[in-house]
Design a protein around this ligand. Structure first.
Ligand code: ARG
Length: 458
C-alpha cells in the first residue's frame, strides 16, 4: 500500500506490484548499505551540531544505524522491494526501531544527493582496492622480468619475426601499461573524492547545514560547488568505466599473447595447471581458460561503459530516474576488473618460461638482418643502400634454404665488399639485443635499469 511508503502522503492508490518491482533498485543497490549508513551518521551529527535536530535524537539515530549495520552484516536484515532502494529500506527500519528521531534523519537531505554520496564513497574505496590489485600484478611482472633478463625471444611486428628482444623487455612493456592504468585511476579518484551531500533534491536546502563538517567526517577533501551538478553528475563514474576499459584492453592483449605463447606451435610458456582446464573429448588438451575468459570479459567492461554513456546522453538537469541504471554497470565493472587482476597476478607469478624455445625462435626468421644493415652503415654505406644489400642476402638465403648465420665470408662479400669477419659477432641474437642500449631499448643493462627504476617507484 502506498501508505507504507516514505513518500506515500500524496498517493491514494497502491503501487502496481510489477511497477514496484520494475522501479526498485534494492536488488542491486543493497551493496551500498555501508556507505549509506556512514553517510547518514555524518549527516545526523552535522544536523545535531547545527541545532537542526536535537542532540538526543542524533544519539538515537547513530545507535540505531549501528544496530542496522550489524543486522545487515549478520544477514538478518529483510530487504523489502516495496521500500524501493537501500536508502528507504534503512530509513524505514530506523524509524520503526527508534520512532520520531528516525523520521528526523532525512532533514535537509534528498535521496538525490544521498545516492550520489553513496556511489562516490563506494567507488572511492573500490578504486583504492583496484590499485592494490594492480600493484600485485606489477610485482609479479617485475619478478618475472628480473628472472628473465637472459631470456631471448623474437620481437614481432605484424606478428612476423622482427628483431630479437629480451623476454624481460616484453614483460616490462606491460609494466608500463599497468603503471599508466594506475596513474589514470589515481587521477580519477580526485574527481570521485568530492562531497555532493547538501545539494538536496537539486537546489540546496533551507536549513543552516555545515557541508564542510560532513566532508571532514567522511574524509572528502572538497565539496561540490553547484547543487544541480552535484545530483546529476556521473562523470566520475564514466571516467572510472573508461579507465577500467583501457585497463581491460591491456589485459586482453596480454591474454592473447599468453594464449599464443602456450600453443604447441610456440611453446614459449606454460601456464600452471591451476589456471587451465581439460577437454571432455580430447585427452591431450590443456586449455588456457583464464586468459581466454579475461579476454572475453573485456567485452562486458566495454559494454558497461557504452551503457552508462548512453544512459547519461541527453539527460536534462538535474536528477532523472534513468540514473538509477548507473549502478549495475559500475558494480559489474568493479567485480570484473578486480577478479581479472587478481587472477592475472597469480597466473603470471606461476607462469613457467621455456627459455630454450624462445631463444631458438629469437634467432629464426632473419631476426638480425637489421643488425647487418646497421653494420654496413657503420662501415660508411648509406642506410638505404645497406638495406638493399641485406635484402639481397636474405633473398639468397631463402633461395638456398639457409639462415644468414650460415653464410660464409665469401658469400657475404657477394652482397657488399665492406663486410669482414667482424660480421659474425654482430649477428648473434645476444649481440643484436645488447647493441640496442638506448634509453627504453632492449639491451640487458637498459632493461635492468628500468626494472630498478620501477621498483624504486619511478
Ligand atoms: N534509487 C535511486 C537511484 O538509485 C535513488 C535516488 C532516487 N531519487 C528519486 N528522486 N527517486 O537513483
Amino acid at each position: 500500500m502506498s501508505k507504507d511508503k516514505l513518500w506515500g502522503g500524496r498517493f491514494t492508490q497502491p503501487t502496481d506490484k510489477f511497477v514496484e518491482e520494475f522501479t526498485a533498485s534494492i536488488q542491486f543497490d543493497k551493496r551500498l548499505y555501508h556507505q549509506d549508513i556512514r553517510g547518514s551518521v555524518a549527516h545526523a551529527r552535522m544536523l545535531g551540531k547545527q541545532g537542526i535536530i536535537p542532540l538526543d535524537d542524533v544519539e538515537k539515530i547513530v545507535h540505531g544505524l549501528q544496530k542496522i549495520l550489524l543486522q545487515i552484516e549478520a544477514g538478518e536484515f529483510d530487504f523489502s522491494i516495496s521500500l524501493e532502494d537501500i536508502h528507504m529500506n534503512i530509513e524505514a527500519r530506523l524509524s520503526a526501531a527508534i520512532g520520531e528521531a528516525g523520521k528526523r534523519l532525512h532533514t535537509g537531505r534528498s535521496r538525490n544527493d544521498q545516492v550520489a554520496l553513496d556511489i562516490r564513497l563506494y567507488l572511492r574505496d573500490e578504486i583504492v582496492e583496484i590499485t592494490t590489485y594492480l600493484d600485485l600484478l606489477l610485482d609479479a611482472l617485475l619478478n618475472q622480468a628480473e628472472a628473465n633478463l637472459d631470456t631471448l625471444m623474437p620481437g614481432f611486428t605484424h606478428m612476423q619475426t622482427a628483431q630479437p628482444i629480451l623476454f624481460a623487455h616484453h614483460l616490462m612493456a606491460y609494466v608500463e601499461m599497468f603503471k599508466r592504468d594506475k596513474a589514470r585511476l589515481d587521477d580519477c579518484l580526485k574527481r570521485v573524492n568530492v562531497l555532493p551531500l547538501g545539494a538536496g533534491a537539486l537546489a540546496g536546502t533551507t536549513f543552516p547545514i555545515d557541508r564542510e563538517y560532513v566532508a571532514e567526517q567522511l574524509g572528502f577533501p572538497a565539496i561540490t560547488r553547484n547543487s544541480l551538478d552535484a545530483v546529476s553528475d556521473r562523470d566520475f563514474a564514466l571516467e572510472f568505466l573508461s579507465d577500467a576499459s583501457i585497463l581491460m584492453m591491456h589485459l586482453s592483449r596480454f591474454s592473447e599473447e599468453l594464449i599464443i605463447w602456450s600453443t604447441s606451435a610456440f611453446q614459449f610458456i606454460e601456464l600452471s595447471d591451476g589456471f587451465c582446464t581439460g577437454s571432455s573429448i580430447m585427452p591431450q588438451k590443456k586449455n588456457p581458460d583464464v586468459p581466454e575468459l579475461v579476454r572475453g570479459k573485456t567485452g562486458r567492461v566495454y559494454g558497461n561503459l557504452m551503457a552508462m554513456l548512453t544512459v547519461m546522453k541527453s539527460l536534462p538537469l538535474a536528477y532523472n530516474k534513468d540514473m538509477q541504471e548507473d549502478k549495475e554497470p559500475l558494480f559489474d565493472t568493479i567485480d570484473t576488473v578486480k577478479g581479472s587482476l587478481k587472477i592475472f597476478a597469480d597466473m603470471i607469478r606461476e607462469m613457467r618460461v621455456n627459455s630454450d624455445n624462445m631463444g631458438r625462435a629469437a634467432g629464426q626468421g632473419f631476426s638480425t638482418a637489421t643488425d647487418v644493415a646497421d653494420y654496413l652503415v657503420r662501415k660508411g654505406l648509406p642506410f638505404r643502400d645497406a638495406h638493399e644489400a641485406v635484402g639481397k642476402a636474405v633473398a639468397y638465403c631463402v633461395e638456398n634454404e639457409m639462415d644468414i648465420t650460415e653464410l660464409s665470408l665469401a658469400e657475404w662479400q657477394l652482397f657488399s665488399n665492406k663486410i669482414d669477419t667482424d660480421i659474425f659477432a654482430c649477428i648473434t641474437v645476444e649481440a643484436s639485443v645488447n647493441a640496442r642500449n638506448v634509453p627504453g631499448g632492449t639491451a640487458r643493462e637498459c632493461v635492468m635499469r628500468e626494472i630498478q627504476n620501477v621498483r624504486a617507484g619511478n
